[in-house]
Design a protein around this ligand. Structure first.
Ligand code: ADP
Ligand code: MG
Ligand code: MG
Length: 476
């Protein structure tokens, strides 16, 4: 990261700053760090650079290594949860009563459980997100914000940001420091897991179906993954839910077909929010889940990534259920957990309500939603809890300790955003990829990492909401 002095000099020298920023943007174009524009999200004719920071942000080496080291255990954990119906049923019981979306997903899960023949190959592509908590005693510690198990982004178009950052650092004279930026190969490793699942399915003419959104702002990221697959002679098609709903079918063996093509793998890049579904497309999700196609993720892995499951995992003794003979693994995972509290009906949930109302600034209130912009902070926590605290509606949420990350200075580059010195905080994301065939894990990998930063003026985040920017760790 450029020192504060360099940033302050830059910001007062408009000519120098504009020239560096132009250069960074041009490099972003050259290296494919691109998004379609919000004005024409479905057009292949207009793109802009994806938002990014002008400089990388300093991340303590030990912290990053800790996040990377624990991740294969998170892969295993998510996968074990997905195979544990009793656990899922119990963990999500209250949530299902309160949250219609989770109830609908759970309904599909139950239906799939009753099927006589199901796919035993599972492919997981996930991302565990962390902030570095700054404690009052000035020590810091890695805390997991959440783990995403469906439609994770943050790889694809951003992969080559390291090249841009190395250049901006050198441009301001930080030649030695620029060596502390690592290259990552997220997309090849994530794609390799999809390829492995396709291979295990064993039909060379069968396709990988990318289940895509209607508004395809991040189409170019999909393309970078797709390219890796075509390079291995794996055919890829893109379809929306409504197309699967109208043209998808199962044969007598429950193999999934669309437009005459057999589907080996369904890769969901969509379907994680209630707004993504209509009555009709819920049927399409069920059809895909019941089919013999490998799902990334299958419905149980999707449910394993809910914030409610995250909260239940933090209860005493729960991790031990999944790693009965591995106390070191339990310890390693647990070390990353922040305080997480139930809001299910009962005395424990009552205590959570009282605790949150007494000190709302110490917590985050989270519903079972994804994609940023859904959480409550500060006085909003009080408002929402006052409304739902007396009945089972409150079980739709969990409460979490609010992390106070270290604040850094940077300049955020985003189309239309004026250049200014900005206080930012970052989230480290670690990518995981695994493939299980029956009881055997045939692939279990850490597939790289990413840093994403936002201005501290926002509590919540989201790249697609225009708040989060791509960043890189500068290892210190
Ligand atoms: P989503 O699935 O919508 O991404 P997250 O749990 O990641 O939900 O929360 C969204 C954003 O809210 C995060 O990226 C982070 O900026 C902020 N946030 C979430 N949990 C916390 C927390 N415990 N402390 C501080 N900020 C948080
Ligand atoms: Mg999420
Ligand atoms: Mg998140």
């Amino acid at each position: 990261m450029a020192t504060k002095v360099i940033l302050e000099q830059l910001i007062t020298n408009a000519e120098r700053l504009n020239s560096l920023v132009d250069e960074a943007k041009e490099m972003a174009f050259q290296h494919g760090i691109l998004l379609r524009t919000p004005e024409t999200p479905n057009s292949s004719e207009a793109v802009s650079f994806a938002p990014f920071t002008l400089f990388p942000s300093p991340v303590p080496k030990a912290t990053l290594l800790q996040a990377l080291a624990v991740h294969t255990h998170f892969n295993t954990l998510v996968d074990k949860i997905s195979q544990d119906p009793d656990f899922l049923e119990e963990a999500l019981d209250g949530t299902i009563q309160a949250d219609d979306f989770i109830a609908k997903l759970f309904d599909i899960y139950r239906k799939v459980q009753q099927e006589d023949r199901t796919q035993s190959i599972v492919v997981g592509l996930n991302r565990s997100d962390y902030m570095v908590d700054q404690r009052a005693d000035r020590t810091s510690s890695l805390k997991q914000i959440e783990i995403n198990t469906i439609a994770v982004g943050g790889f694809g178009v951003s992969d080559r940001l390291s090249v841009v950052h190395r250049h901006t650092m050198k441009s301001v004279g930080l030649l030695e420091e620029s060596k502390c930026i690592q290259d990552t190969s997220r997309t090849p490793r994530m794609s390799a897991a999809l390829a492995k699942a396709w291979e295990l399915y064993g039909q060379h003419k069968a396709v990988i179906l990318f289940l895509v959104e209607e508004v395809q702002l991040s189409k170019l990221s999909h393309r970078t993954i797709e390219r890796e697959l075509w390079n291995r002679n794996i055919p890829v098609v893109h379809r929306r839910f409504d197309e699967v709903s109208r043209r998808g079918s199962l044969d007598a063996d429950k193999r999934l077909f669309i437009d005459g093509l057999e589907v080996a793998v369904v890769y969901y890049r969509y379907g994680y929010m209630p707004e993504h579904y209509t009555e009709q497309t819920w049927d399409a999700r069920l059809l895909m889940e019941r089919s013999l196609a490998v799902k990334c993720p299958d419905i149980s892995t999707h449910l394993a990534g809910t914030k409610k499951v995250q909260q239940v995992l933090a209860r005493p003794g729960v991790l031990e259920r999944f790693f009965p003979d591995q106390p070191q693994v339990v310890e390693q995972i647990r070390a990353t957990f922040a305080g997480l509290y139930t809001l299910d009906m009962g005395p424990e949930g009552d205590r959570t309500v009282a605790m949150a109302l007494a000190n709302p600034d110490k917590f985050v209130l989270k519903p079972q939603r994804e994609g940023g912009g859904n959480n409550y902070f500060g006085e909003d926590i009080v408002r929402v809890l006052q409304e739902v605290k007396g009945d089972e509606r409150r079980a739709a949420y969990i409460l979490m300790d609010r992390i106070r990350p270290r604040i850094e200075q940077n300049i955020l580059l985003k189309k239309g955003l004026p250049l200014k010195l900005t206080s930012i905080c970052y989230e480290i994301g670690v990518f995981g990829a695994y493939v299980r065939h029956g009881q055997e894990m045939v692939l279990n990998e850490v597939a790289g990492h990413i840093l994403r930063s936002k201005s501290t003026e926002y509590d919540d985040a989201g790249l697609m909401r225009g708040i989060t920017t791509f960043d890189n760790p500068l290892i210190i």
